[in-house]
Each structure stands twice: as structure tokens, then as C-alpha cells.
Design a protein around this ligand. Structure first.
Ligand SMILES: [Cu+2]
Length: 492
């Protein structure tokens, strides 16, 4: 980096002291190369998130053919929750496109015959009205084609711009195109592609089953989900991104919106550099970078100590209550000189740190099929208890003396199970006596849980740690919810 600055400085000096033709000679041949495309046309390598195509590695402008297909498909948006996404290339965000400044891009947009809607594409990296939108309008089963010259380097959002535009974007129709500078980007060890989006379903957060798009919530800008790469869990557990200690990691982070701007942050890391707004200027030593809807940033940092680094939208309810959370897992030797070393998984990851939430899906499928067993409920409840209740009542249910009452062998719980349902829904404050010990504290209402979840958690609780057993049904929860509106309880 410093060498480059020096070289530039020298060149500027030379130009000032000598004459312009000499500058042209001194400049690398491939800088600002906007001549006609050379060589055979090249087919762009497109990748699915979180992968990024390899560097262009070319020192001349070429004709680059991009083949992108729009596919409408139902995929999981959260464990046990399905959503019909509209995609560029079968994924949310769409395929990553990588070209070189000066390239002539021949864009082929196909719309799968199985699609119900027409679609098009507006690339922010295009110079020209609509960014390609008008020339790329494509009916199901058709293909359209347009060509543009990539004049400006940078990382750019592309998205569908077919009416109703907001709905097409909300359904996942966005992605990134990187226009590399003529000499490429500085070398790093890893590159990843992450894109935030807000989603609007008629059901509540994590309400199971196929969830339709909710236009009213979208207009009100009240998302049910805020996600990285189109699904809760798209980048956690087995699917977490990885790196090794000492490696330099470059994140291409986009924000598809449609509505929210992102306060993008990586817990436990400081960005050495951010190309904010996807532009050419670099900001150094950044904690959180703002990424507008329809914008992007390039953030680089070095993984110095091992552990789980959590990517979040630091508008923090979105991370913990709407899904905007991803993980970069760094392996390698500890460095106690930099960090004394205690994992943050339990603090920040909640139920996402556990094995997985598959049991929750199984229980919900069984409930829908009318075959839900107590065992299904217990398994689902166990997964949910971790990260919801265990923070206070502890994973062994023993609570903390004087602060959090026990759920294990609690006489208060055993005395009235329906009351416990109400406590989870509406919270609890004031004096309570549990196993002869008085508590006078506050339990906040667990409003984020739906009826199934409350039923499963409590069924797990009463069948664990020596409790007497029993069963809480979804209907029990429904009754308690109606008995006292949650909003009223929260306001008390
Ligand atoms: Cu569309």
C-alpha cells in the first residue's frame, strides 16, 4: 500500500517536471483502458452467496458474457418457515458477478418458464437510463439481452425493477456486481459475499409453515425478518463462514432493502478498512458502517484470535429478534496477548449456538399433521429453552439464588401450570415465593414466542430436572394470550 502511494507520488512528480506524453508512458498500460473489447468473449463465472468469483486477473478489456436466470422458488426463510422467493440465479442474494473496469458486458437475462411474473434487472454499475431495466424486461420463458460498458470501478447493487418494484425487491431480487479496478483489488486470503434484506410475512417471526408476503407491513416498513443472505441460519452453524487466524478477510456487504438501512457490524472485530458506500474512498479503523438500501460496502479485517465473530445489523433488535445475524468462525492458535480468550457463543448466539433448531421444525410439522407427541414437544422445547429462558433460569433450570427462581422442582410452577403459561406470555414482577425462598424481581414478557413455542418450552420444563411431568398445548397458550393482552402487560 505504502509502496503504491510512493510510486504514485513519483509519477505525479515526473509528470509535473516533465511533460504529459511521458506520463502516458509511465502509467501502467492497463489503466483507464476503455478501448474496444479484445480477445475471445469470456463467460463470467457467477457464484452463489457467500462465495465470490475469483479475481478477473486480466490486463485488457474484454467482452464478458453474463448469463443470469430468474427463478421463483420456495425456500426456507427460518427453521420450519417457508417463503416463495423470486431470485436471480436461484439464491438470495442473487449470483455475484465480477468484471473489470472497461469490460463490455453482454447481459443475458432469462426468466424461467415456471415463473409466474415478468422480471428485469437494474444494475447500479450501468451507465444509462434505468440501469438496464427497460432493455431487460423478460416474460416467463423468455430471454432478453443488452450490453453495457463498465465505466466505473466499485461494488454495485443490482435488483429487479419490475412493478410493483418494492415487492420484487422484498422477495429477494437483488445481488452484487463488482467492477474491479484495472489492476485488481489488493490480495486477501478470503472473500465473502453477504447481503442484508428485510422481509415481510403475514405470520409473526418464526411462525411456521408457508408464509405469504405482506404488502401492508412492507409499506409500513415493519419487517418480520431482517436477514443476511435470505434466511435465518444462512450463515450460522454448519454454514458459518470460516477463516484462519492471521488471515485477511474481505467482506463484500450489500443491502438489498427494500426499506431498511443497515448498521453493519462484526462483533469482536474492527474493520482495518472500509470502502464505504462501495466507492473508492477508504475509511480506516471502523467499528460499524452504514449501508444504505441499494448500497454496498467492502470491509476488510484480519482475524487475529480464534472464535466466533458475529455479523449483525447493530440496529440490534433486528439481530436478536428478526434474524440479522451471521457467523464467521475463525480457527487457529489463541493469542492471549491480544485477548484472554473466553468464547462469546453463549452471550451472543442464544439458540443459534446450539446444535440446531430442527427439532422445532419437526414438532411443528407433526402438529400440522396431527401427530404431535409429548416427546416431539420436549425436544423442540429444549432447543428453544436454550437462548430464551436459560439466560436467567440457567440450562439446568436451577436459576440463581436470590435473583432468578428455579424452574427445577419449583413448587410455584407445579402448583399452577396454566399460571406459568401466563407468566411466559405476560411476564412477572413483584414478590413470589419459590421453594420457601422469596424473589422480588422482574421477568420480562416473552412476546417474541408464538403459541407453539411457549407450549413446547413449558412441556420441556415440566418434564425436566425432576419436575412432575405434564403437557401444555397450543390451545392452552392461546387461551392465556387472550386472557390478558400482551401489550397491556408490557405497559404495566
Ligand atoms: Cu422481479
Amino acid at each position: 500500500m505504502r509502496g503504491l502511494h510512493l510510486a504514485r507520488g513519483l509519477r505525479a512528480l515526473l509528470a509535473a517536471a516533465l511533460c504529459v506524453p511521458l506520463l502516458a508512458l509511465a502509467a501502467p498500460k492497463n489503466e483507464g483502458d476503455f478501448g474496444p473489447p479484445r480477445g475471445e468473449p469470456i463467460h463470467a463465472v457467477l457464484t452463489s452467496p457467500p462465495h465470490v468469483p475469483p479475481a478477473v486477473n486480466r490486463n485488457y478489456p474484454a467482452r464478458v458474457i453474463v448469463d443470469l436466470e430468474v427463478v421463483e422458488k420456495t425456500m426456507q426463510i427460518s427453521e420450519g418457515v417457508n417463503y416463495t422467493f423470486w431470485t436471480f440465479g436461484g439464491t438470495v442474494p442473487g449470483s455475484f458477478i465480477r468484471v473489470r473496469q472497461g469490460d463490455t458486458v453482454e447481459f443475458h437475462l432469462k426468466n424461467h418458464p415456471g415463473s409466474k411474473m415478468p422480471h428485469n434487472i437494474d444494475l447500479h454499475g450501468v451507465t444509462g437510463p434505468g440501469g438496464g431495466a427497460a432493455s431487460s424486461f423478460t416474460a416467463p420463458g423468455h430471454e432478453s439481452r443488452f450490453t453495457f460498458k463498465a465505466l466505473n470501478e466499485g461494488v454495485y447493487v443490482y435488483h429487479c425493477a419490475t412493478a410493483p418494484v418494492g415487492m420484487h425487491v422484498a422477495n429477494g431480487m437483488y445481488g452484487l456486481i463488482l467492477v474491479e479496478p484495472p489492476n485488481g483489488l489488493p490480495k486477501v486470503d478470503r472473500e465473502y459475499y453477504v447481503m442484508q434484506g428485510d422481509f415481510y410475512t403475514t405470520g409473526k417471526y418464526r411462525e411456521k409453515g408457508l408464509q405469504p408476503f405482506d404488502m401492508e407491513k412492507a409499506i409500513d416498513e415493519k419487517p418480520t425478518y431482517v436477514l443476511f443472505n435470505g434466511a435465518e441460519g444462512a450463515l450460522t452453524g454448519d454454514k458459518a463462514m470460516t477463516a484462519k487466524v492471521g488471515e485477511k478477510v474481505r467482506l463484500f456487504v450489500g443491502n438489498g432493502g427494500p426499506n431498511l438501512v443497515s448498521s453493519f457490524h462484526v462483533i469482536g472485530a474492527i474493520f482495518d478498512q472500509v470502502r464505504f458506500e462501495g466507492g473508492t474512498n477508504v475509511q480506516k479503523n471502523v467499528q460499524t458502517t452504514l449501508i444504505p438500501a441499494g448500497g454496498a460496502a467492502v470491509a476488510t479485517f484480519t482475524a487475529r484470535v480464534p472464535g466466533s465473530y458475529v455479523l449483525v445489523d447493530h440496529s440490534i433488535f433486528r439481530a436478536f429478534n428478526k434474524g440479522a445475524l451471521a457467523i464467521l468462525k475463525v480457527d487457529g492458535p489463541e493469542n492471549k496477548g491480544i485477548y484472554s480468550g473466553k468464547e462469546l457463543d453463549a452471550v451472543y448466539l442464544g439458540d443459534r449456538a446450539g446444535p440446531n433448531l430442527a427439532a422445532v421444525t419437526e414438532a411443528s410439522a407433526a402438529a400440522a399433521a396431527g401427530t404431535l407427541t409429548q416427546d416431539d414437544q420436549i425436544k423442540a422445547g429444549q432447543a428453544l429453552f436454550a437462548g430464551t429462558c436459560s439466560v436467567c433460569h440457567q440450562s439446568d433450570g436451577k436459576g440463581m439464588p436470590g435473583v432468578f427462581p428455579p424452574l427445577a422442582k419449583s413448587d410455584f410452577l407445579a402448583a399452577d401450570l396454566q399460571r406459568a403459561v401466563g407468566i411466559v406470555l405476560h411476564g412477572l414482577s413483584g414478590k413470589v415465593n419459590v421453594n420457601g425462598q422469596e424473589y422480588n424481581s422482574v421477568m420480562p414478557p416473552m412476546t417474541q414466542l408464538n403459541d407453539d413455542e411457549v407450549a413446547n418450552i413449558l412441556t420441556y420444563v415440566v418434564n425436566s430436572w425432576g419436575n412432575a411431568g405434564g403437557k401444555v398445548s397450543k390451545e392452552d397458550v392461546k387461551k392465556q394470550r387472550a386472557a390478558k393482552p400482551v401489550a397491556k402487560a408490557a405497559a404495566e
